[in-house]
Structures are given as C-alpha cells and as structure tokens.
Write a protein that binds this ligand. Structure first.
Ligand code: FAD
Length: 293
C-alpha cells in the first residue's frame, strides 16, 4: 500500500518548525527517522496533511554533559547513542538497552526523540527514561516545558505532547558513584520488540538497596515505574522480601494479551525478571535460584 497524499516541508530552523506546528499541528506529523512513521503512512494508519521533516535541524542533534546532566538532542540517532562514550560513561543503561532496539539498519535512521514520541509500550527507551528519572524537553512556539519521563507517556502510542509541540531533547541525570543498572528483555528474536522487559537503576550500599528504580516495559499501556521497588529498599533482602516485592508487582501490572504472549505469561516473566534483577544487582544468585525453583 502507498501513503495518502500529503504536503512535505523541510524547515531549516527550530523556530520555523514550531511556527509550522502552530499553524498545522492538528493536521501535521513530524518526520524524524521515519522508522515508525513511514510504515504507518504506508499502511494508512496515519494520514497527515503535512509532513514536517525535522531531519535537517542539526541544533537538535548531539550528546553533551554539563552540570551533572547528560543531554541528548531529539534527533540524535540510535546508532550515535550506541557509540557515544558520553552515554557509555554517564548513562550505561541507555547504551546497554539501545543494543536491543531493532536492527542496525533501523538504528542508523531511528532517533531518540522519534522513539519516545512514538511511545510504543514495548519499546526499551521509554522504560530506561523512567528508570533513570529523565526529563523530556518539549517546545512550542511560545514556551519550553520540561516533563518528567514518569509523566510523559499516557497510553499506547500516546504522550502528553500537544499537537503544536515537539521534543527537542532529553536530559538524564549523570550516573552517581555506586549507581548500578540492570537490563534484560525477553523477545522471540534479537532485535524484536520485547515480550516483557526490565530496565533498572539502583544504588547498592553494602548488602542493601539505597535506591532502586524498576522500569518495566511491555506489561501495560505505558512504561511502568514499579512501586514494588519500595519493598526492597533499605533492608536486607531475603526470599520473603523478594516474594513480597513480586506480589506488589503483580498488583501493579496490567499486561495485554497478544500473539506473543498471554497476560498470565507476561505476569510470570515480569516476576522472574524482578528476581533476576535483584539477584544480579545484589550479587545474590541464591535469591534468583530460590524464585526459579
Ligand atoms: C522492523 C522494525 C523493528 C523495530 N524494533 C524496535 C525495537 O525493538 N524497539 C524500539 O524501541 N523500536 C523499534 N523500532 C522503532 C524504531 O526504534 C523507530 O525508529 C522509533 O520508534 C521512531 O523513531 P524515528 O526517529 O524513526 O521516528 P519517526 O518514525 O520519524 O516518528 C515516529 C513518531 O514520532 C513523532 N516524532 C518524531 N520526532 C518527534 C519529535 N522530535 N517531537 C515530537 N514528535 C516526534 C512522529 O511525528 C511520529 O508520530 C523498530 C522499527 C522497525 C521498522
């Protein structure tokens, strides 16, 4: 199938783009890497009157570190993020997770801003942003607003972005000393969207979590920052504490059923991932073995 007819425009500045969005936002779509939008156009799942190509806005590209914040421009491509030493040093969870996003051909074109704005609940980056307590920076012609990742995603392919707004950057707090992370996803083949995944960030002091942020994905209509983590912070973790955390997690989950997995299977995988994550971060293989038995 071919896309419906649309008008194409390639602005050369951010201001020009925002003016176009102010005029046509309801009928327009931003084109970034095109890796999700082009298939949607060709399948006629989306039929905008205007396509605003932001691929030339170099102001929105690039990765920098300043004042304890890693800033990634919205049109920074997946491959750039994957190869960046700034990302590897300051937000290793992102580098690790990005290796699981699609395939090289798609990572060469896809952008971080496009990925987050697309808001696929099975996508890796939204869960990482939630786990890392990132802030998403959005702009319209009049103002800029900063949105915590935990408030950005509102449903399947839905975000708080207004039709006249675009994402310009993402800001991630630089990893502090002692911060560790965990990433794992279950999928049918490498590069596929996850069936269930977990991106976690933690601070471990001795045998305890001083902090733990669990970003589950593909277990609901948006990434989930699991409150279950509270069961595990500031205490010695034993099998009973882990079981309590798993029960708390179950209560938070609202997994969908699809061709890949039943809701029951997703619940089981999420519980399993929680045990694996805790055992790995605390270096306590006994916890994982007990839960798997
Ligand atoms: C075969 C295949 C496998 C894939 N597997 C995975 C996977 O495993 N995990 C994963 O996470 N992704 C996967 N993807 C998606 C890929 O990561 C996309 O590139 C990404 O989701 C969208 O980024 P993009 O830059 O291509 O955005 P586009 O396709 O250009 O845009 C996507 C949406 O975001 C909007 N948008 C784009 N930029 C902005 C902005 N700056 N501000 C506001 N709105 C904006 C667009 O208007 C559109 O609605 C896969 C894609 C394909 C084709």
């Amino acid at each position: 199938m071919k896309a419906s007819a649309f008008s194409y425009i390639k602005p050369s500045t951010v201001q020009e783009t925002l003016a176009l969005l102010a005029a046509h936002g309801e009928e327009a779509k931003l084109l970034s890497g095109g890796q999700s939008l082009m298939p949607a156009l060709n399948l006629r799942l989306s039929a905008p009157e205007w396509l605003i190509d932001i691929g030339g806005l170099d102001d929105l590209r690039g990765i920098s570190v300043s004042d304890g914040v890693l800033r990634i421009g919205a049109i920074t491509r997946h491959v750039e993020l994957l190869r960046s030493s700034e990302v590897a040093d300051n937000a290793p969870l992102l580098a690790q997770a990005m290796a699981h996003v699609a395939h090289p051909a798609i990572r060469n074109k896809g952008t971080l801003g496009g990925n987050l704005a697309h808001a696929d609940p099975a996508s890796e980056m939204p869960a990482c942003m939630v786990a890392l307590d990132a802030v998403l920076v959005a702009r319209n012609a009049k103002r800029e607003r900063r949105i915590p990742a935990t408030e950005f995603f509102t449903g399947v392919y839905e975000t708080v972005l207004a039709p006249d707004e675009m994402l310009v950057a993402v800001e991630v707090p630089v990893a502090e000393v002692g911060q560790v992370h965990y990433f794992h996803e279950y999928c049918r083949r490498s590069g596929d969207y996850a069936i269930v995944g977990l991106a976690a960030s933690a601070v471990v002091e001795g045998d305890r979590f001083a902090d733990l942020r669990l970003g589950f994905f593909a277990v609901g209509d948006r990434p989930l920052l699991a409150n279950a983590a509270r069961e595990l912070i500031g205490r010695s973790v034993d099998a009973a504490a882990l079981a309590a955390a798993q029960a708390a997690l179950e209560a938070e989950l609202d997994p969908q059923e699809d061709q890949q997995a039943s809701a029951l299977m997703r619940r089981h995988m999420a519980r399993q991932l929680l045990a694996l994550c805790v055992a790995t971060l605390l270096r306590r293989p006994d916890l994982e073995i007990r839960r798997s038995a």
